[in-house]
Design a protein around this ligand. Structure first.
Ligand SMILES: C[S@@+](CC[C@H](N)C(=O)[O-])C[C@H]1O[C@@H](n2cnc3c(N)ncnc32)[C@H](O)[C@@H]1O
Length: 293
């Protein structure tokens, strides 16, 4: 069948749900992944045909898209901060707002990379997107990454190999951080970063069905009565494991900026900065560990 006829079927089946531009972009990703063809191919060779074997994955992907499976899970891959990442149903699909968090950290630390070997810990690493993009850009840094999900860690380890970076992965539960044996008390970090689960049950109604039905709830949700549970545990952990003047960075729930400032103040963090994402939503926060004199 001609590739352009398959594209037409994609539009017929998906446009109503996703819109023309998104369907074009799905198709480009699918032909690149399964046929190793760039979209320009369709323009340059409008009569280009594919064999039955070649068209099979394109139609399989179409069926999954109709069921609202995220394109990243269908392809098993995505891009984050310009780097390739494997994803599967056990890992959250990395989001653009998290790229902004990485960018913030890099902007503040690239300049001192030469002078000292930064020690960085990423808590709730998922695909490893934060830890790996930091490691890629800060090649001298010593980076550790922790997650409670063994399945997610398996993907994160593959991603570290894929991106040729060296990261120490830790399987543990940050809510039981006292038992994070692999991080001894003497292990102190310059930076601790986390994008922990932060969506409240009450916000489920705002979540797209394709996220709700496909992405791991372990990575997303917290209870309405204790929405800052992870942040509290991580602040406590950071009290022990951040160096003096070490910095704690969080991605946060856009509705809980003031509560997050209060939480960091309670834990005596200084120079607290709340930062908006490109959509003007409170999305990131940082605090510096107070000096003990
Ligand atoms: C919002 S996702 C963030 C994933 C990735 N860092 C990112 O930014 O795309 C939260 C991650 O925290 C992990 N997680 C959930 N509960 C945890 C716990 N108790 N201890 C450690 N990690 C946990 C989940 O498995 C998930 O990978």
């Amino acid at each position: 069948m001609r590739l352009k006829d398959i594209l037409e079927i994609y539009h017929k089946e998906l446009d109503e749900r996703f819109g023309v531009h998104e369907v074009d972009s799905f198709f480009n990703l699918v032909i690149e992944r399964y046929l190793n063809l760039k979209r320009i191919h369709l323009v340059l060779k409008p009569e280009y045909s594919v064999t039955k074997t070649e068209e099979q994955p394109l139609f399989e992907a179409l069926s999954l898209l109709k069921l609202e499976n995220p394109i990243q899970y269908i392809l098993g891959e995505t891009e984050f901060y310009g780097l390739p990442f494997n994803v599967n149903k056990y890992t959250l699909i990395p989001r653009p707002e998290t790229e902004e968090l990485v960018d913030w950290i890099l902007t503040e630390h690239l300049k001192c990379e030469d002078k000292l070997q930064l020690k960085i810990l990423d808590i709730g690493t998922g695909t490893g997107c934060i830890a790996i993009s930091l490691a890629h850009n800060l090649p001298k840094a010593k980076i550790l990454a922790l997650d409670v999900s063994e399945e997610a860690l398996h993907v994160a380890k593959q991603n570290a190999v894929l991106n040729r970076v060296d990261i120490e992965f830790i399987h543990n539960n940050i809510l039981d951080y006292r038992y994070v044996d692999s991080i001894s008390k003497s292990h102190k970090f310059d930076v601790i970063v986390s994008n922990p689960p932060y969506v409240r049950d009450l916000e489920k109604a705002e979540i797209q069905p394709n996220v709700l039905d496909n992405e791991p709830h372990l990575a997303l949700f917290v209870t309405d009565d204790n929405p800052l549970q992870f942040y509290e545990a991580i602040c406590e952990f950071a009290q022990l494991h951040l160096k003096d003047k070490g910095i704690l960075y969080f991605e946060i729930n856009e509705y809980l900026g003031p509560e997050m400032i209060q939480l960091l103040e309670t834990f005596d963090f200084k120079n607290i900065e709340l930062k908006k994402d490109i959509f003007g939503k409170d999305r990131m926060i940082k605090g510096i560990k107070r000096l003990i004199d």
